[in-house]
Structure formats: structure tokens, C-alpha cells
Design a protein around this ligand. Structure first.
Ligand code: ZN
Length: 309
């Protein structure tokens, strides 16, 4: 059995209300939900707001599937830093009798993993991950670098929870900037203000904070401390439920980490620097529903205008 992160009473109440109103659809597995029509519509409107906000950057659009080559997990350092969140894809490997045994085990509710082997693919943990090898393959960057909009990609984090704002599979709208250090830092800092204004405009109670990723283990504590000391990560935290705020967007500067790992070079040949930002689309929608009520038709006019104009 997998440990499920406990939910607070306020999170449990919101989760039950979202299910009761058909906004989210329970699958029986914590953190894996379907979305009803009203939820989907708001999510698409939030996504469209990000598109509008990003237009000035003239990003190049890319789209990747929710799986990526398993080798990327190692190459990016993700497997070492976040083994607890990783999702790998396994599939059946065996003959007819093994297939029958596997089905019988499944019928009896037993573990049938013994018949499974790792495939060459893993679930995408962050929407920017497939972007780096794609850009490395293209060769040296243009002088002013590139901006890639990876769209609203489905990503996976293995952290089952009853908190409706903490899903295992969710849409992350990520935009990636690759260029010189000063270019990508200025871009990230500009987006901190842009995103803050957008979410405040939607009536969300957000604050910007320095943050760190949930690096695994004892060596991870050092990585987290370094990340904070160098101000590499900021998050916009929204008040959705009690007792804690929830991160709804993040703004990340990776120095030359991904560029060195994947071999992304500037026009002069030296490694590029990268930054990315991600909007947690489901979290923003859950935040809007928690803040303005469960019926978007009755939301404040300012919020409706911002979303539907
Ligand atoms: Zn990213």
C-alpha cells in the first residue's frame, strides 16, 4: 500500500463539494480525478490567459506526450533528486502461461508486478523536461536565445493525497527561456510580476515566496538549501484551504544545469542558461472555485470578464 498524504478537514470538505457538484470526478485513487464540463471550461480560460500574457515573448509552441524516454530521468538528475515522485512505465513481458498467471493474480487482488518489466518510457515529471533535449538536438541557439511554450502538458508526481489541489496527474502550463544568464534571469523576474498580476486580477489571494523543490534524502537537504541561498526558485502561493497556502505557479532558474546535462550551446559555443515557469492549471481552478464559489456563472463580474474576454 502507498502512503496517502493526509488531508486537513478543510481540504476534505472542498474535495467532497467538488465531487458533489460534478466539477471533479472521483476515480477511487487519491489524486487521480476526472474533470466535469464547468471545470474544463475554466481551466481552458486560464490557459488562454497565459497564452495572451506570453504573446509578447513570441514563444515557439511545442507539444509533447505525457511520456518521455526513461533515459531523460537520469540525464536530468531527476531520478537522483526526486526518486519518490518518479513514475516509470512497466509492461507485460512473458509467455502465455505467464499472462494467465498475471491475470489470475490480478483477479485475486494480488501483486502482479512480477510479470512486468520496465519499458523505455517514463511519465513526464515536469513539462519542460522534453524541451531541453529537443533544443540540444537543434544545435547552437540564435544570439537572443529561444522561448519555448510547452503548452498545458500532463505531468505526473507520485504523491497520492486527498487534497483536491494536490493531484498525481495534472496539467502544467510551462514556458521555457534558454539564452544567456542575464537574459533568462530578466525573463524569469519579469514573469514573476506578470503572473502575480494575473492571479491577483482573478481574485486569488496570492503571495510570492522563495521556495525549494522537495529534494529527496539527506543530500537533498543540501540541494534545497543551495537552491534557496541562490534564489533559484520562487512560487506564487494561493490561499485555497486551511491550514497552509498552496503553490499555484513557480519561477525557476536552473543556471547551466540542464544546458550542460543535455548539451545546449549558445551561438558562441558556451553552455546556455535556462529558466522555466509553470502554472498549475488545476490548482488555479480549484483555487478560483474555493475563493469565488462552486458556480462560475455567479463569480464576480471582474473575474468573469478577465476569464471570458
Ligand atoms: Zn520546468
Amino acid at each position: 500500500m502507498v502512503d496517502v498524504l493526509p488531508a486537513s478537514p478543510s481540504q476534505e470538505k472542498l474535495r467532497a463539494e467538488l465531487f458533489a457538484h460534478g466539477l471533479l470526478i472521483d476515480s477511487g485513487v487519491p489524486g487521480v480525478v476526472g474533470q466535469g464540463a464547468a471545470f474544463v471550461e475554466v481551466l481552458q480560460r486560464v490557459d488562454a490567459m497565459v497564452t495572451k500574457l506570453a504573446a509578447v515573448d513570441r514563444p515557439e509552441r511545442m507539444s509533447f506526450p505525457p511520456v518521455m524516454p526513461r533515459s531523460l530521468l537520469g540525464a536530468s538528475g531527476y531520478l537522483r533528486s526526486f526518486p519518490q515522485l518518479t513514475g516509470s512505465v512497466w509492461s507485460f513481458h512473458g509467455d502465455e502461461s505467464a499472462a494467465a498467471q498475471q491475470a489470475d493474480r490480478a483477479d485475486r487482488g494480488e501483486d502482479w508486478g512480477v510479470h512486468q518489466r520496465m519499458t523505455d518510457v517514463a511519465l513526464v515529471p515536469a513539462a519542460c523536461h522534453p524541451v531541453y533535449p529537443a533544443m540540444a538536438r537543434r544545435g547552437p541557439l540564435p544570439v537572443d536565445g529561444v522561448t519555448i511554450d510547452a503548452g498545458a502538458a500532463l505531468v505526473f508526481r507520485h504523491e497520492p493525497s486527498e487534497d483536491p489541489a494536490r493531484l498525481q496527474s495534472f496539467r502544467q502550463r510551462e514556458i521555457v527561456r534558454i539564452g544567456t544568464a542575464s537574459t533568462v534571469l530578466a525573463w524569469r523576474n519579469d514573469w514573476r510580476a506578470r503572473a502575480n498580476d494575473m492571479l491577483l486580477g482573478l481574485g486569488l489571494d496570492v503571495v510570492m515566496e522563495e521556495a525549494n523543490d522537495p529534494f529527496f534524502g539527506r543530500s537533498g537537504r543540501l540541494l534545497a538549501a543551495n537552491q534557496r541561498a541562490q534564489a533559484l526558485k520562487f512560487e506564487l502561493l494561493a490561499h485555497i484551504t486551511e491550514p497552509n497556502r498552496t503553490a499555484v505557479a513557480s519561477f525557476n532558474y536552473h543556471l547551466d544545469h540542464f544546458a550542460v546535462q543535455h548539451g545546449i550551446a549558445l551561438s558562441g559555443g558556451e553552455p546556455a542558461h535556462t529558466a522555466c515557469l509553470g502554472f498549475g492549471l488545476e490548482r488555479i481552478v480549484v483555487g478560483l472555485l474555493a475563493t469565488h464559489g462552486l458556480e462560475p456563472a455567479h463569480w464576480p463580474a471582474t473575474v468573469r470578464t478577465a476569464l471570458w474576454s
